[in-house]
Design a protein around this ligand. Structure first.
Ligand SMILES: [Zn+2]
Length: 240
């Protein structure tokens, strides 16, 4: 392998590592959002449980008012009945009182059912609160991990950036008149994925990147250390 190829491959390896670190860094905001979304469902479930509890509480309280109104009505019949002399009217009043008692009994049963349902809903609220707390804890763990990941990526990027000037040196010192570095830089700045190589070997007379067959002439030039490019994907070619 020609020296300039080795220098270029070393640079490419570092640049790809840098690009991968950069990619990872750029994916972090989305991952943060994902972590925060972790407990959105739990928050929603808790809100629903609280709303159901409140509604049931209001319904249970409504019975109090209805029962009190009936008891009030019953007392009115009772005081009225004390003053009635006529038997028929007296019986009618007693019947009204009995009806009031019956209605109160029915309402009290319903109220008891509502209170029992309320207990169940209270338990649900407590469960949902627990779910939310663990969802938050899980998200906090993820966010903490992402913080570490960010710091690690940044540290690695700094380390790689510090090494890069050393890898550029051969081009200025040994090949000052050759366009190796310039063409490489231009290729990397192109539309290709920065985490994949743009300097690739010729494999079985084909481009090592797009696998398109290359001409015998192009292969010869590559073997002889000339600067060559794949005609279909423009990758820089070299002979191993
Ligand atoms: Zn190609």
């Amino acid at each position: 392998m020609h020296d300039w190829v080795e220098s270029l491959l070393a640079l490419q390896e570092l640049d790809i590592r840098l690009a991968k670190m950069d990619e990872q860094l750029r994916s972090i905001p989305d991952k943060r959002k994902e972590a925060e979304k972790q407990y959105a469902a739990e928050t929603e479930a808790l809100n629903l449980a609280k709303a159901a509890f409140k509604e049931a509480e209001l319904a249970a309280r409504k019975y109090d008012g209805e029962i009190n109104a009936l008891l009030e009505k019953k007392r009115a019949f009772q005081s009225k009945s004390a003053m009635i002399k006529n038997n028929d009217e007296y019986r009618a009043a007693l019947l009204q009182i009995e009806m009031c008692d019956h209605a109160v009994g029915t309402l009290e049963e319903k109220q008891l059912e509502a209170m029992m349902a309320l207990d169940g809903l209270k338990e649900t609220v407590a469960l949902r609160e627990k779910d939310l707390a663990s969802g938050k804890k899980r998200a906090e763990g993820m966010l903490e991990d992402l913080k570490t990941l960010t710091a690690n990526c940044q540290a690695q990027i700094d380390e790689l950036q510090a090494k890069r000037p050393e890898l550029l040196k051969p081009f200025a010192e040994r090949y000052p008149d050759e366009p190796y570095l310039e063409r490489y830089t231009r290729l990397r700045a192109g539309r290709g994925n920065p985490t994949t190589p743009c300097v690739v070997p010729v494999l079985d007379e084909s481009c090592g990147r797009c696998r398109m067959k290359i001409t015998a002439q192009l292969k010869n030039d590559t073997v002889n250390g000339k600067l060559t490019f794949c005609p279909s994907c423009s990758a820089m070619l070299f002979w191993e």
